[in-house]
Each structure stands twice: as C-alpha cells, then as structure tokens.
Design a protein. Structure first.
Length: 195
C-alpha cells in the first residue's frame, strides 16, 4: 500500500536493525484516515471469504481491525493481554511471547464471542517471529472456527514469522513488507528486488 509505505518512510523511526517505531500513526497516536484506508484494503483482499469475525490482539491491532470490521460489516474481537475477571473456563487462552518486551502474556478471548460457526480474519500491526499470530491461531482452533487468513500492516520479511505461516498454507496478506532496517533505513521488499 503506497500511502502506508510513504507514511513509514516519513514518520517511522528505526530503533535498531530489528525494530521499527511507528508511534506517530499506529502504536500510540493513531491516523484515522490511514486506518480507514487499510481497513478498506483488508476488506478488498479478503472479500468473498465469507468472514464472520475479525480477531486481533490489544492494543495496537484494534484500530486497523475495527476499520476492517466496519468495511466487512462483521464484529471485531480483541484478545486481551491482561488477566480478565472471568473464570479461565469461560475463556480460550494461549501463551504469547512478546517480541518487543521480554515477557510472555497469556492472551484470552471469551468463549461467548467466537465459536465453530465463525470464519475468522486475524489482523495485527506487525509480523516478526509470528508468536502473536500463532497465539491467535491457537484461539481460533480452540473455538473450532475456521481461519480465512491473516492481515498484517507491517511485515518484517527478514524475520521468520511470515515464511513459517505461509509454509503451513496460511494466507498472509501484508500491506507493507520490509526487507531490511539496516543502517537506520527502511528498505521495502520491492526496493530490494529492484536493485
Ligand atoms: P511476533 O509475535 O510476530 O514476533 O511480533 C509481533 C508483535 O510484536 C506485534 O503484535 C507487535 O506488537 C510487536 N512488534 C514486532 N515487531 C515490532 C516492531 O518492529 N515495532 C513495533 N512497534 N512492534 C513490533
């Protein structure tokens, strides 16, 4: 997505060879117009998949997931990272190792909001090693729901998550694919191919 790439080039901060900071439009302050365009793009990519629910992970997945849900006219459910007040038996749960923080979170979704009749589109902000995506897939599987695919805003293609998910036959659509964050510069995959 051209508008997203331009935004990343303009406002993204390369924190290290592995981490990109996009706090000014996605992870802290949120650009609503860009979120809307991304929601429309996810809806276009997964049109015809008979999606009944969008699943994401709090907190940064929520804004793009909501915009996609609005376009597809289905509910959006976000997995919680904090321990909920309800009993564990009422929840689907999975362990997710955080890429950016050195901790493992138990993520959870109420059994009331996902079941065997659902066809789910997972949406998240970043794809790195695939831990978050795998935790969400585990929740889809526990619910007996079917997975239509995964929509990612920024995939870091030099990390293994996307490759591994696709090798299992899972459809992963990323709106921006980063080839490298070396030398403090964002290089997109197509720029690397063009060299
Ligand atoms: P994974 O689970 O695929 O290893 O990492 C994905 C999760 O880690 C995302 O939900 C996102 O919150 C966080 N993450 C991974 N890489 C980055 C990054 O470069 N920048 C930011 N801001 N978050 C990241």
């Amino acid at each position: 997505m051209r508008a997203l790439q331009e935004k990343i080039k303009q406002d993204g901060l390369v924190l290290s060879e592995n981490v990109l900071k996009v706090d000014s439009f996605l992870n802290h302050q949120v650009d609503p117009l860009l979120m809307k365009q991304m929601g429309e793009e996810f809806a276009r990519l997964f049109a015809g998949e008979k999606i009944t629910k969008i699943l994401t992970l709090e907190s940064s997945g929520i804004s793009p997931a909501l915009m996609a849900a609005m376009e597809l006219q289905v509910p959006m459910v976000f997995a919680r990272k904090r321990k909920p007040l309800t009993q564990d038996s009422d929840m689907y749960t999975a362990a997710v190792r955080s890429f950016t923080k050195n901790e493992t979170n138990k993520i959870s979704v109420s059994r009331s909001f996902l079941n065997g009749t659902d066809r789910v589109l997972i949406i998240d902000d970043f794809l790195a090693n695939g831990q978050a995506a795998n935790g969400l897939i585990e929740i889809v599987n526990q619910a007996g729901a079917s997975l239509a695919g995964i929509g990612i805003i920024i995939e870091k293609a030099f990390q293994p998550g996307g490759r591994e998910l696709r090798s299992h036959g899972i459809r992963v659509e990323s709106l921006a694919m980063i080839q490298s964050l070396k030398n403090g510069k964002v290089e997109f995959l197509e720029e690397a191919y063009a060299k």
